[in-house]
Design a protein around this ligand. Structure first.
Ligand code: FPP
Length: 245
């Protein structure tokens, strides 16, 4: 951790937590066991992010496409979300962490919606790490919803078509209160973004590791951050322009 440059930390890290199923298989266990172990990694990474001083951490916990998994796995994951949120909220609160959820939460079972709602309410005044958990989330759905909201604003005369710009689109996304992630990490050796924050990740540095999510620990996060700090972020400019800025 001493090797990290505190002046070059990303404000916002997004993580696609992948490989729980394969990890469980390796242990000769069923997939849900992998998700339970995945929660241990979530806890470790949240602790590390707080310690390092990251302001925003987004975790992809359940995609819209994940609803198509076998019912036992979906139900198991829903119970895991409820149990984990209910159990962890007091600790999150003690650590000044503010909990947010993005995604189509109306598709979740009522008890899960209630647990999420309570978690958000109880941590709403906190000012430390913003922990954003994407559940039943699809970036394309989010963009479609934003298009509908903007169309309605135009229809009702609040907005003119030529006023629509990138800032207006960002403002109508469910992530409107967060800066865009500068670093996206995906575990388990898969090299895809898979419908996660497609618009918001436009300039993010992408980091892929073969480590399966249940094995991901603080040292893996630090390795990703070291890699991030070794990159030159040019935003379309030349290297010369960046270094002479
Ligand atoms: C992807 O691995 C992981 C998921 C679909 C679930 C991730 C959820 C958790 C780690 C629980 C987090 C809980 C909270 C409350 C934040 P996979 O099942 O696709 O793995 P595979 O590709 O090896 O099959």
């Amino acid at each position: 951790m001493e090797n990290l440059d505190v002046n070059k930390l990303p404000q916002h890290i997004a993580i696609i937590m992948d490989g729980n199923g394969r990890w469980a298989q390796e242990q000769g266990q069923d997939r849900l066991y992998g998700h339970y172990e995945g929660v241990v990694s979530v806890r470790k990474v949240v602790e590390a992010a707080t310690e390092i001083g990251i302001k925003y951490l987004s975790l992809y916990a359940f995609s819209t496409e994940n609803w198509d998994r076998p019912t036992t796995e979906v139900n198991g994951l829903m119970s895991l979300f409820v149990d984990t949120i209910s159990k962890e909220v007091p600790d999150l609160h003690k650590n000044n962490i503010k909990l947010h959820f993005i995604g189509n939460l109306s598709l979740l079972p009522p008890e899960a919606q209630k647990a999420l709602e309570e978690g958000m309410q109880q941590t709403a005044q906190n000012t430390g790490l913003n922990l954003i958990i994407a559940i039943s989330y699809s970036s394309r759905c989010e963009l479609v919803e934003a298009a509908k909201k903007i169309a309605n604003q135009v229809k009702s005369g609040q907005l003119a078509i030529n006023e629509i710009n990138e800032a207006i689109l960002s403002k109508n996304l469910t992530t409107s209160e967060f800066p865009d992630p500068e670093l996206m990490i995906r575990t388990s050796g898969e090299y895809r973004i898979s419908n996660f924050l497609l618009y918001q990740l436009a300039y993010a540095e992408l980091y892929f590791t073969n480590t399966l999510w249940p094995n991901f620990r603080k040292k893996d996060l630090i390795e990703a951050l070291m890699d991030y700090q070794s990159r030159e972020r040019r935003f379309g400019k030349t290297s010369h322009q960046i270094t002479s800025d």
